[in-house]
Design a protein around this ligand. Sequence first.
Ligand SMILES: [Zn+2]
Length: 205
Amino acid sequence: MFEIEIHQSSYINSQDFINNVSNLIYDYPGFEGDEVDNWRIQLAIYQLPQPFRNLLSDEVKVINGCHPYGEALYDRCVYGVFDPLGYGADGRYGNEWEKSIWISDRGIQSGHLQDILLHEAAHAYSYSILNKCFSSNGGSFRELAHKRFGNEENFADAFVHYYGGKWTHYVQRAYLERDDNKWFTDMIEYCAWYIDCKEQLEASF
Ligand SMILES: [Zn+2]
């Protein structure tokens, strides 16, 4: 079940928030959104921890719908999809929904909206941030994350557990190991610093 936490209520009063919701009508194939589901998704975004909340508010579109290529691949509406390049049902990319997260009505009705959103936000973070965040020995943190957790899906599930989520698709665990937990904390802090430095450097040219 979806529950609205009390401390989120201040967001509902902001005019920005109301504008955001009313603007979320997309003329895309597979779009399922109605006002109630858009509200649910927007509230779930506001309940995300940083840095996910900013990423999904500013950079990544979150769409209530049945992703066209996901449906073509799996012959059903998958719960959630992160689509970096805008894939259509024909498998071609470059459509206007590039950098989007799709949460289907099935996903919302599953009762796991918050954890599905965490998982897809982890993919978006991996793609947008970790790809550009390099460790001192030269590898990107996306590569390091895949090495540490096995692959992108296992990494995204570990991220769900890091933020206290319980519902995952690929890896089931009761809790995240202490050293993995520390790895996430350090990585988030380091990459926020790294991206910030990089942007300041680029702005100075
Ligand atoms: Zn995934």
